[in-house]
Design a protein around this ligand. Structure first.
Ligand code: NAD
Length: 398
């Protein structure tokens, strides 16, 4: 493949994945309206009445992350509450609506979602759907006059991200990406350490985000269906390492090279890669190595090494239980900057502040777009077997 072809292949993540020639074509649709996921604990009693001025959210997509992580955390937010639900499964909608005290008239299906425009109790929409649905649902939410929090990754391609940003601007409504680690005390402390040169000049960042997927096919799990997920582990899990490399270095890479691997004959990897490895070079000379896998024993790790010290986070980007060790000379210090679980409510409150007071959003749509551009460059490099040179906005040069 020529460099030109590789760049064209990077025009959209899904297109780039297909262009590698390694993956089967034709993702099958996965039905909406999934049943209640296993292991969900619903609140025993509905939440208390919202604080005055609280922002009402509609949750779109009552899946694993919504029901187990995001929705239970609203009670810790002083500025946001759940005002509506959107689901394709009426039975789940009724059970979850009752448990969270959402009135029946504020429970929507995907089909009657447009009616939410008339519900003034809903000011924002939180999109927690498979990635391939993010762009369309963001556009629908903006068309209904709502602000949007959208889960990571922002969308499947840079052009989808650009559509979302344009829709947000047209509607004059906020767009935030649910990059929770920006609101997580251990990651914030790590950002502060690298920014204040507590490690000296940063030289090397290493991240690894891996787990082993159980038996599945693209028909049973959207995370391995190319049309919903893109290339696989990079978008889903490796994105935390990509993000960490950017927020710890405080720079954009000027060059990257990558490889992506898919074993033959494994139905889990009929459409997506099993492993992706990336090396990024930053203008300061810092190098980042990002590894992600859907087929190796679990790890969630970030390390940064400078000229005079190092930091290690393991786990680094979890919902809770993160750790941070700072090593300088002979000193080794385990830091405890706060409870990692505040990240969810802090993220919600950050969007509420942007809506109410007009404060800038730390993780705006432009950041989601930047990361999707970098992922497109990563797949283009993997497809061509060559380094890719980048512009400061993450698009490929040449
Ligand atoms: P999930 O499969 O558990 O839930 C997806 C939900 O979307 C289900 O309720 C399903 O019914 C619904 N849905 C609607 N239309 C669908 C369709 N056509 N195909 C499949 N499902 C459809 O997934 P999840 O783990 O909750 O992930 C949802 C989003 O949240 C993704 O964007 C994911 O990347 C993100 N996420 C973020 C984090 C984080 O830490 N920030 C963690 C997990 C997931």
């Amino acid at each position: 493949m020529t460099r030109r072809q590789a760049i064209e292949a990077g025009a959209a993540t899904a297109a780039a994945v297909a262009a590698s020639g390694a993956l089967a074509q034709g993702a099958r649709p996965i039905a909406e309206g999934q049943p209640m996921p296993d292991g969900v604990t619903l609140p025993a009693s509905p939440p208390p009445a919202p604080h005055p001025g609280s922002v009402g959210f509609a949750i779109i997509g009552l899946g694993d992350y919504a029901l187990k992580q995001i929705m239970p955390r609203f009670v810790q937010s002083g500025r946001c509450h759940i005002a509506a639900l959107v689901s394709g499964n009426p039975e789940k909608l009724a059970r979850v609506g009752d448990a969270y005290g959402v009135p029946p008239e504020a429970r929507y299906s995907y089909d009657n979602f447009a009616a939410i425009a008339a519900n003034s109790a809903v000011e924002a929409v939180y999109i927690i759907l498979p990635t391939g649905l993010h762009a369309d649902w963001a556009e629908r939410a903006f068309a209904a006059g709502k602000h949007v929090m959208c889960e990571k990754p922002m969308a499947l391609s840079a052009s989808e991200c650009e559509r979302m940003i344009a829709a947000s601007e047209r509607a004059d409504r906020k767009l935030m990406i649910g990059y929770r680690c920006h609101f997580e005390p251990y990651n914030r402390a790590a950002m502060e350490l690298t920014a204040t040169k507590a490690l000296g000049d940063l030289r090397l960042i290493r991240t690894e985000h891996s787990y082993r997927l159980g038996p599945a096919t693209p028909a049973t799990n959207w995370r391995i269906a190319r049309a919903q997920t893109g290339g696989g582990p990079l978008e889903d899990y490796g994105i935390y390492g990509l993000q960490a490399a950017l927020y710890l270095s405080g720079e954009m890479p000027e060059q990257l090279s990558a490889s992506a691997f898919r074993p033959e004959g494994d139905p889990r990897f009929a459409e997506v890669f099993a492993h992706v490895a990336v090396q990024m070079h930053f203008p300061s000379g810092t190098v980042a190595q990002i590894v992600t896998s859907y087929d190796s024993a679990g790890i969630n790790m970030v390390e940064a090494r400078g000229t005079t010290g190092a930091l290690r986070m393991h786990p680094a980007t979890g919902y809770g239980g993160n750790t941070l060790v700072l090593e300088t000379g002979r000193e080794r210090r385990a830091m405890e900057p706060g409870d990692p679980e505040v990240q969810f409510a802090a993220m919600l409150d950050h969007l509420a502040a942007a809506i109410r007071e007009g404060t800038p959003i730390l993780t705006p749509g432009e950041m989601g777009l930047r990361d999707v551009r970098l992922m497109e460059a990563i797949y283009a490099s993997a497809a061509s077997g060559r380094s890719v040179v980048l512009k400061p906005d993450g698009t490929m040069r040449g």
